[in-house]
Design a protein around this ligand. Structure first.
Ligand code: MOS
Length: 735
């Protein structure tokens, strides 16, 4: 099904099942521990062996020699695979560095060997006996130090690296009010609960890999490209994933090393990355340095906005696209944005939840707070005044939907924003200095082709198969809701099977495109199945009504199951998106409101209240969507107050590579969170009229926390995370 004209009325608009706050259909598997995660797979028939990964202990250089003798002689060892013994390996197109390094080492903890043994403990003990001697090269590890050498990266995700409208320099120079500030965001780790893990099993020249991956088709491609195999010989299975946040978008070393280890040991092999390996062996959100300049007239209208961002990556990598939202969020006739990319020899930088917008808004939305203060305007009003209904760089393009102003207004009212003191540092509640902060949320709405297969059986049950993944985001449930709505059956008559490369290729889960794209693919397949059902029953498919397990047409009616017959009926289709995303800017909007308390004596920051108002098209399931948004808000608090990969700028690695040193919020850090979804549909987006929310939830949160901390203390911190040491020596005197 080609989607190239705005959606009209369709079967989903009934909202009998779609749009309902239903519990997750996979919830019981997770809460009872019966959901098979990657590391849980084992074939009782096959004797599973275990692989332990050896990571490089230098950041850049070459392996001079490897001594495997002791490791080979260790108890239980079956095989050791290194770049030297692995045979010729290709490089997956979507990976920047090699997943099995050597002799050249590209980053710290790049895998240099996998040691396969009978038990996990034996593999781990033997891996510790691998001796590697390195010749170390000088690397670049400090973004600030190489910033001046950063280069124009070329197009970034289909967008130019630089944009310019009007005369930014002149308008900025002539403005009544100016903000010119530089903000720093650190490297972030995905730190998802489930570490990367894979089990690989060979059958002749074909391999099956049970893994944890957001994008089954990319993983299958990646394995085939790396192993130099035809794609048809690779099967990837990933039905349950314990969080990804972008860290599982691409093939990682666990999958490739499990496959190589299994080939060498002639046994199925399980490889899980240990937590201490995760931080330097996989990808991370790259640090940025962002300079933002805003000029405004005496009335508070912005006349100029400029946003430049610097980030670094390994040679061949890409930039953090931190300026993208600034091209679309606020009006101003004179504008410029630019992205620059420096070469760094740290582990690969890549997508993490709302890549681009999340760190971009961390900077932009503090700058907006600073500007509102300069013009003497309430920050909610200042944002509303500078709203735009068209793409500010291409005014002929409108937004398909844009409810930022409503999000801000409704949020301000619900949060009690009028109680905010305009002058910072004024409000006390016992030992706490209390402040309120706001930030706009913005995330683009991407759509990707997505296919599904649906089967109807003679009991009236519908089975959906698509290689879509559920990374904790609720895919199983919203796909079941879509099929139930389309076929007119109760939710418990729908079986959803995901995460298998033998199923039709879906959008996968990423970029908050999954919910809308994958359910649209299921919609397309169900339209075909409805036609097949109507055809079998001799009904006119155009006026057939599917409800309560029955199909009605005119005065005739038949059970759905009857149409299936004993063989069942099967239909497959894909949704393919046309030009609507080009003719109309499709984005999601929101507003985050945060109240913090800052300890008057110790400067400890505690988040006290949070509210998000989101405008993201039709919300397919308010319960799972709310979970996505509160997860994003929680992660945003981490970004504001805790998360930072500490870079050893001499040795070139992330020092705090465990969950003791890399801090993320826990329950005690997070107060009650409210989420409001605006009641909207976006017919430009898909037949589901939905959009993504999973990444919108994090966008702007950190800035809202930072702005609240400023409102509480009068101290502006432009370097994340806002830890108490950055406030302490500037705190107002304790009265
Ligand atoms: Mo997302 S960072 O594309 O999983």
């Amino acid at each position: 099904m080609k989607f190239d004209t705005p959606a009209g009325q369709n079967h989903n608009d009934q909202l009998k099942v779609v749009g309902k706050p239903l519990d997750r259909i996979d919830g019981k598997f997770k809460t009872t521990g019966t959901a098979p995660y990657a590391n849980d797979w084992h074939d009782p028939q096959a004797k599973l062996a275990y692989g332990s990964v050896v990571g490089a202990t230098i950041a850049k250089g070459r392996i001079r020699s490897m001594d495997l003798a002791q490791a080979k002689a260790a108890p239980g060892v079956l095989a050791i695979v290194t770049a030297e013994t692995a045979g010729t390996l290709g490089k997956a197109k979507l990976n920047t560095a090699k997943l099995l390094g050597g002799p050249r080492i590209e980053h710290y903890h790049q895998a240099v060997a996998v040691v396969v043994a009978e038990t996990f403990e034996q593999a781990r003990a033997a891996a510790a006996l691998v001796r590697v001697a390195y010749d170390t090269d000088k690397g670049a590890f400090d973004l600030a130090a190489v910033k001046e050498e950063a280069k124009n990266p070329g197009d970034v995700m289909g967008s130019p690296p630089d944009t310019s409208v009007g005369d930014f320099a002149a308008a900025f120079g002539a403005a009544t009010h100016n903000v010119d500030a530089t903000y720093v965001t650190p490297d972030h780790a995905h730190a998802m609960m489930e570490p990367h893990a894979s089990v690989a099993s060979w059958d002749g020249d074909a391999v099956t890999v049970w893994t944890a991956n957001q994008m089954i088709d990319w993983a299958t491609d990646g394995l085939a490209q790396t192993l130099g195999m035809p794609k048809e010989k690779v099967r990837v299975i990933s039905p349950f994933i314990g969080g990804g946040f972008g860290g599982k978008l691409f093939l990682r070393s666990d999958a490739i090393l499990a496959a190589l280890g299994a080939r060498a040991a002639r046994r199925p092999v399980k490889v899980a990355l240990t937590r201490p390996l995760m931080f330097n062996n996989t990808t991370h959100r790259p640090a940025t340095i962002q300079r933002i300049r805003i000029g405004a007239g005496p009335d508070g209208r912005m006349t100029a906005i400029g946003h430049e961002s610097w980030s670094g990556d390994l040679p061949g990598g890409g930039p953090e696209a931190a300026v993208l939202q600034t091209r679309l969020l606020y009006a101003a006739p004179n504008r410029m944005t630019a992205m620059r990319l420096a070469e760094l020899d740290l582990p690969e930088g890549n997508a993490m939840r709302a890549p681009g917008e999340a760190p971009g808004l961390m900077a932009l939305e503090i700058a907006m707070d600073e500007m509102a203060e300069k013009v003497g305007m309430d920050p909610v009003r200042f944002r509303i005044l500078n709203d735009t209904q068209v793409d500010p760089e291409k005014p002929e393009r409108r937004f398909s939907q844009r409810s930022l102003v409503d999000c801000l207004r409704i949020g301000a009212e619900r949060f009690g924003w009028d109680r905010r003191a305009a002058i910072p540092g004024q409000v006390r509640d016992g030992r706490w200095r209390v402040g309120l902060g706001v930030a706009a949320a913005f995330r683009n709405n991407m759509v990707l082709k997505s296919a599904a297969r649906v089967r109807l059986d003679d009991r009236g049950r519908v089975t959906v198969e698509t290689d879509m993944t559920d990374i904790g985001n609720g895919s199983y449930t919203i796909i079941a809701q879509t099929a139930a709505e389309m076929m007119g059956v109760p939710l418990d008559h729908v079986v959803v099977r995901l995460g298998d490369s033998t199923f039709p290729v879906s959008s996968g889960s990423g970029g908050q495109f999954g919910a809308n794209s994958a359910t649209s693919g299921v919609y397309a397949a169900c339209v075909k199945l409805r036609e097949a059902v109507a055809g079998r029953l001799g009904f006119n498919s155009a006026d057939a009504v599917f409800a309560d397990g029955q199909v009605r047409s005119g005065n005739r009616s038949a059970p759905l199951a009857q149409a299936a017959g004993t063989d069942g009926l099967i239909a497959e289709d894909a949704i393919e998106f046309g030009d609507l995303a080009k003719t109309h800017q499709q984005s999601t909007f929101g507003a985050h409101f945060v109240e913090v308390g800052v300890d008057a004596a110790t400067a400890e920051i505690r988040v006290r209240r949070m509210l998000a108002v989101c405008a993201a098209g039709r919300i397919l399931n308010p319960k799972t969507a709310r979970s996505q948004v509160i997860g994003g808000m929680t992660m945003g608090v981490g970004g504001a107050l805790m998360e930072e990969l500490a870079v050893d700028t001499k040795r070139g690695y992330f020092v705090n590579h465990d969950l003791a040193g890399y801090e993320v919020p826990v329950h005690a850090d997070i107060p009650h969170q409210d989420v409001i979804f605006l009641d909207e549909t976006d017919p430009m987006s898909s037949p589901m009229k939905a959009k993504g929310v999973g990444e919108l939830g994090i966008c702007g949160v950190a800035a809202a926390v930072a702005n609240a901390a400023y409102n509480a203390t009068g101290i502006r911190v432009r370097q994340y995370p806002i830890t108490l040491d950055k406030l302490l020596d500037r705190m107002p005197d304790v009265a």
